[in-house]
Design a protein around this ligand. Structure first.
Ligand SMILES: [Zn+2]
Length: 314
């Protein structure tokens, strides 16, 4: 739009009624979300260099269909478009992706997001987990400096699972303590430069914890842990300085409070305050939620556009 036209347009806004202004606001918002989707699709198209079926690099452009670029693979002869193998292939919903990304940023529940975007609960579920699958791969590959490591526990939950395979479902309200669902251990590693890695474990034993930590902590780092027996041998074998913080008094005195596990404890406490909005997270999906929390806590993926780019990157 010419700048003169644009100035006139801006001036004309003054003459709009409240209802018209609201309507305009909604349309502007929709347009922005649509631009986000187009931008993310462009980015995906630029990076799409391999066949989504067989990973061959011998692909050629093969016309358009319903506004999407099609490709044909010379290796396996199959065709695909820029959204094949993503859960976003249903064309009529595609324009809602940008709005859904906003819902992710806002931490809306499945139902809230479904209602907001006018999509089914099933679609909402599928989209959320696709949005979350990429950040799940983004746990820190290397931590350095002062590295705090701790375990935390979540109640096992079969939410989102069709069949409970290995134990009888508990009865509602049958709240005897010994009846409570078992606890699922999670290992959290965090350095002071906001690098974080987390692992959902089956049990918190050395055989499971050490492989998670292997090659992830730079030599000469300072490992800060509680008094758990899980870590001393690891520190010794990997030439790490190890500060075991047995109580708060000790944390205060250790190099005037430099060595502590307060960062990882705060991180966990905030996570546990954030999770209840989802009314129980299925254990199978816990890793995805941990990834969501990581990006929320550190504001890495804080805009809808970033969420979209991330989810649609090949
Ligand atoms: Zn192929």
């Amino acid at each position: 739009m010419e700048s003169k036209q644009y100035t006139d347009f801006l001036l004309s806004i003054r003459t709009l009624s409240t209802g018209q202004l609201r309507h305009l606001g909604t349309r502007v918002d929709q347009q922005l979300r649509q631009d986000d989707v187009n931008h993310a699709l462009e980015q995906r198209l630029k990076k799409l260099s391999r066949c989504v079926h067989c990973q061959s690099a011998h692909i050629v452009r093969w016309g358009h269909n319903a506004g999407l670029q099609r490709f044909r693979c010379k290796q396996c002869s199959k065709t695909f478009n820029e959204l094949t193998k993503t859960p976003f292939t249903r064309l009529r919903n595609r324009n809602k992706l940008g709005t859904y990304a906003q819902c992710m940023v806002a931490g809306k529940t499945l139902r809230q997001a479904a209602k907001f975007c006018q999509i089914s609960l099933t679609t909402s579920f599928r989209w959320r987990h696709h949005f979350l699958a990429k950040p799940e791969q983004h746990k820190a590959k290397q931590l350095s400096g002062i590295v705090e490591v701790d375990e935390t526990f979540f109640r096992e939950s079969f939410k989102g699972k069709r069949q409970i395979t290995h134990r009888k479902p508990r009865q509602r309200g049958g709240g005897k303590a010994c009846d409570a669902a078992p606890l699922v251990p999670v290992l959290l590693m965090l350095d002071r430069s906001e690098h974080e890695a987390d692992f959902v474990l089956v049990s918190d034993c050395i055989a499971e914890v050490h492989p998670c930590m292997e090659n992830r902590i730079k030599a000469d780092s300072v490992l800060c842990t509680d008094g758990s027996q899980l870590y001393p041998n690891f520190a010794k074998n990997h030439k790490l300085f190890h500060k075991r913080i047995l109580n708060e008094n000790m944390a205060r005195t250790l190099e005037s409070g430099t060595f502590h596990i307060q960062t990882v404890n705060n991180y966990t406490a905030r996570l546990k305050a954030w999770l209840p909005r989802f009314y129980g997270v299925g254990t199978d999906y816990l890793a995805n939620y941990l990834a969501w929390w990581r990006s929320t806590a550190f504001e890495e993926l804080s805009t809808g556009r970033d969420w979209l780019n991330e989810a649609l990157s090949p």
